[in-house]
Design a protein around this ligand. Structure first.
Ligand code: SF4
Ligand code: SF4
Length: 131
């Protein structure tokens, strides 16, 4: 009986996900995104992310003291120390979004944002590097 109750509840509840980026599945996502960049189509907004979502890193360079503690805890080797500036760079293509760097940073200059649209064709694109 509980199962049927759950099924009926699901039938009449709003979907938890939506089709993204288009409201209806396009024949080619690449073509669709090209149309979006030309202003010929609009992106279907994704569902809101839950609280404490761990998305793309935000880094406040001015607050960074170059202590390298973030590097010492990063399990993915996703953070590089730049000796000239004594600052760091985050490589989002390697990041596993564990937030250990956020937790250990003594000056709280690293934050995880709601941003999750990070797909790029070139994995070396500057868009994937924070810092
Ligand atoms: S979130 Fe985790 S994997 Fe990503 S840079 Fe920070 S410590 Fe490394
Ligand atoms: S832990 Fe914070 S202050 Fe230290 S190097 Fe990393 S980002 Fe900079």
């Amino acid at each position: 009986m509980r199962v049927w109750g759950q099924v009926m509840k699901q039938l009449f509840s709003k979907p938890f996900t939506n089709l993204f980026p288009a409201k209806y599945k396009p024949d080619s996502v690449t073509d669709y995104l090209q149309k979006v960049s030309k202003g010929e189509a609009a992106i279907n907004p994704p569902v809101p992310v839950p609280p404490d979502f761990r998305g793309k890193i935000e880094y406040n360079r001015d607050k960074c003291i170059g202590c390298r503690m973030c590097i010492s805890v990063c399990p993915a080797d996703a953070i590089e120390f730049i000796p000239d500036t004594k600052k760091v760079k985050f490589y989002m293509t390697r990041c596993t979004f564990c937030a250990m760097c956020v937790d250990i940073c003594p000056t709280k200059c690293i934050k995880m944002t709601d941003e999750f649209l990070m797909a790029v064709e070139d994995r070396n694109s500057l868009e994937t590097i924070v810092g």
